[in-house]
Ligand binder design. Sequence first.
Ligand code: ARG
Length: 459
Amino acid sequence: MADMMWAGRFSKQVDDRVNDFNSSVSFDARMYRQDIQGSVAHATMLGECGIIDIEESLAIVEGLKGILADIDSGKLHIDPNAEDIHMFVEAELTKRLGDTGKRLHTARSRNDQVALDIRMYLRDEITQIISYIEQLINTVIKLAEDNLTTIMPGYTHMQRAQPITFAHHVMAYAQMLLRDKGRLEDTYKRMNVLPLGSCALASTTYPINRDRVCELLGFDEVSQNSLDGVSDRDFCIELASALSILMLHLSRFSEEIILWCSWEFKFIELDDAFATGSSIMPQKKNPDVTELIRGKTARVYGDLNTLLTMMKGTPLAYNKDMQEDKPAIFDAIDTVKLCLKTFIPMLDTMKVIPENMRNAAARGFINATDCADYLVKKGMPFRDAYKITGTLVAKCIEKGLTLETLPIEEYKALCDVFDEGVYDAISLDTCVMQRKAKGGPAPERVKEQIEYVKRNLQK
Ligand code: ARG
C-alpha cells in the first residue's frame, strides 16, 4: 500500500479496510477537471503574491495542464486506490515535478478545495439542466400551439369538471417548468461564491489574494466566513430541493400521460420508439418511460433526504460525514438529466387524439356550470341557477341524455327563463371560447400565455 501523504504522524500503515472505506475517488474522480482548474488558479495566485516563486508557480500550472490533457486523452488513468481526487492530482503533480509539486498545497486545505470543486462542478451541471428545461418548455409550447382548439375535459378529483383545451392543460406544465428554471437560477447565484482561502477552517497566515482567485474562476464573490466556507452544504441541499420539485412536476405530467395513453382514455398515443412491450401479453404497449420518471422521482427525494439528514448533527467546521454529499447530489443530477433527456423526445413524438378528448368532454356534464351561468346572465342569483341546473342534470341521467340533447320543453318545464339560446350557451365550443378571463383556456388567452413563457425564456 502506498504511503499516505499525511503518514508522518503515524507509526503504522492504515488498515486496508479503512483505506477502502475512507476513499472517495470512486465518486469524486468526476471532478478532476474542476479540481485541476481550481489548482491552476490557486498556484497562479500563490506566484503572483510571492508566496511561492513565480517560476515554480508557472511550472505547477504547466504540470497541472499536462495532467488534465492526459486524463482527457485517456493517457493517464485516475488511480482507484487514491484517497480522493485531490490527493491523486497532487501526487501525480509531485511525481512529474518533484519538490515543486509539493508547494501547490501551500495556504490551502482539502476542506476548502473540495468545497470549491463541488461548487464548480455543480455550476456547470445547473447550466446543463436549465438548458434541458428550456428544451422541454419549447416542446410543450409546440404541443400547445398545435392544440389551441383541441377541447378536452378538465378534471378535479379525477372527475370531469369543466371544458378546457389540451393547449391550456399542457401550458400549466410550462408555467411549473419556468419556475423550476427560476429556482435553479437562484441556486446558481448562491452557489457561485468562492470558498477557497478558507483553508482548513481558520483561513491562513499567508498573504493570499482571494479576490484574484475569485476572478480567475468566475465566481461572483468570496465567502465571508472561513468556517462557513468549508462547513456548509446548503448549496447542495438547495439544488436537491429544486431538483425534487422539478421531478415532482415531471412525475405529475408522467402520471397524466400514463392515464391518457390507457384504453380508458386514449387521449394520446405514444410513439412506438418511446414505449415498450410485454414478455407475455402480445397486445401490450407500455408507457415505461413515464413510469420510470415517476419511480425515479422517489430516488431524487431520497437524495435530498440524505443531504438534509447528513448535515443536521454536524458541528462546525468540516466533518468527514460531508464526503457523503457527493454520491447523493451526483445521483440527483444524473437522474434528473436522464429523465429530461428521455422525456423531451417522448413528448415531442407523442400523438394527440383530439376526437377522443372531445368525446370525453361531451359526456360528464362538464357544461353544467355554463348552464347555470346562462341563467345568472339572465338575472337569476347563482345559487338558484345552480340548484335548477343540478335538477336538470339529474333528469338527464334518469333519461340517459346530455344537457345538449335534453329537449327545450324539459328546460322550460323546470324554469321559464330558458329559451333555445341555452343550447348555444352550453355548446362545448362556446364554453371554451367564452372562458377568456386572463389565464383562461380561450385560445386567445392561451396564446398570451405562450407569449409570456417565450418572453421569459429569452430573459
Ligand atoms: N474527500 C473529502 C471529501 O469529499 C475531501 C476533504 C477531506 N478533508 C479532510 N479533512 N479529510 O469531503
